[in-house]
Design a protein around this ligand. Structure first.
Ligand code: SF4
Ligand code: SF4
Length: 106
């Protein structure tokens, strides 16, 4: 059976995440969807459209296309989740980009 990208990311990212619980769940409250899986389609497009050996261009595009639209980020571009290392998308972004590139055979 071919694994979906969602499944691959759940296997690679969730076990390392600070929000992972002992029983294999996620401690995010029900009204706070995971930034990685809630924005997965947009993140895949960013990875498709960006070509660089450096992570910076991927981060810049993430800030413009995802963070600027995220209600956690304030008008000054600051995000308490990012500053508290409590956004899995931001914390594990290099691993996420790598996994998506692998999945897309880029
Ligand atoms: S916050 Fe996201 S990446 Fe972290 S355990 Fe929950 S679902 Fe997985
Ligand atoms: S770093 Fe902050 S603004 Fe960006 S996706 Fe995560 S929670 Fe939202």
């Amino acid at each position: 059976m071919t694994q979906t990208l969602d499944q691959r990311l759940r296997q690679r990212i969730c076990p390392n995440c600070v929000r992972r619980t002992r029983d294999g769940g996620c401690s995010l409250p029900a009204d706070r969807p995971c930034s990685l899986f809630a924005n997965l389609d947009e993140i895949v497009e960013i990875v498709r459209e960006t070509r660089s050996k450096r992570i910076d261009p991927y981060v810049d595009t993430l800030r413009h296309r995802v963070c600027d639209a995220c209600h956690f980020q304030n008008d000054h571009g600051r995000c308490p989740c990012r500053e508290d290392v409590d956004c899995a998308l931001d914390t594990y972004y290099p691993l996420i980009v790598e996994e998506i590139e692998r999945y897309l055979n880029l």
